[in-house]
Design a protein around this ligand. Sequence first.
Ligand SMILES: CC(=O)SCCNC(=O)CCNC(=O)[C@H](O)C(C)(C)COP(=O)(O)OP(=O)(O)OC[C@H]1O[C@@H](n2cnc3c(N)ncnc32)[C@H](O)[C@@H]1OP(=O)(O)O
Length: 178
Amino acid sequence: MVNGLDYPINDEELIEIRYQTRDKVDEFNALGARQVAEKDSLIRKIFGQVGHNVHFEKGMRIDYGINTTFGDNVFINFNFVLLDCAPVCIGNNVFIGPDVQIYTAQHPLDCDLRREHIGSAQPVTIGDDVWIGGGCIVLPGVTIGAGSTIGAGSVVTRSIPKGVVACGNPCRAVRRVD
Ligand SMILES: CC(=O)SCCNC(=O)CCNC(=O)[C@H](O)C(C)(C)COP(=O)(O)OP(=O)(O)OC[C@H]1O[C@@H](n2cnc3c(N)ncnc32)[C@H](O)[C@@H]1OP(=O)(O)O
């Protein structure tokens, strides 16, 4: 799964990891905004690695968690959806707006194979100092370069270079930021 090869989605070990992650995420989403220490402790159990000062608002939905790492000073707004069947690396000083979805998961385009519940996955990397506007969808295999901003509502189908403003569907760089 994490190495990009096809895998059976309903493998028992994977189902159990997903159950455990969902239990912890439900616990997180039930906490109040002031329960800062409890929230911090839980995110360290949900994800593979979490730096200092990493904040999530309520409503996150996480597939595995263990495949994802966060740097320091990361802010993630409401309703974050993360399908981390392959590694997801989120750098330092990253801002993620509400309703952002990051997908690593793919299914075969051949419907006979798809019916067999086969999956594959490609990693996603979000560089340092990236801001992803609300409602964006980041697709499998994408890297967003350091310092770039992704406009609200974008669908990021291809990697984005560092130091640009990019937006739209498909998301494309529209200018450099100096
Ligand atoms: C961490 C958090 O919680 S964030 C909170 C949620 N906030 C957001 O999601 C806001 C995200 N901000 C945006 O999307 C902004 O539009 C930005 C940052 C991408 C661009 O800001 P600016 O550089 O000031 O761009 P500006 O508003 O001047 O627009 C430049 C052009 O890009 C277009 N544009 C701007 N944003 C977008 C967008 N999201 N999608 C498509 N086109 C866009 C504008 O229409 C304009 O086009 P035009 O010249 O043809 O009229």
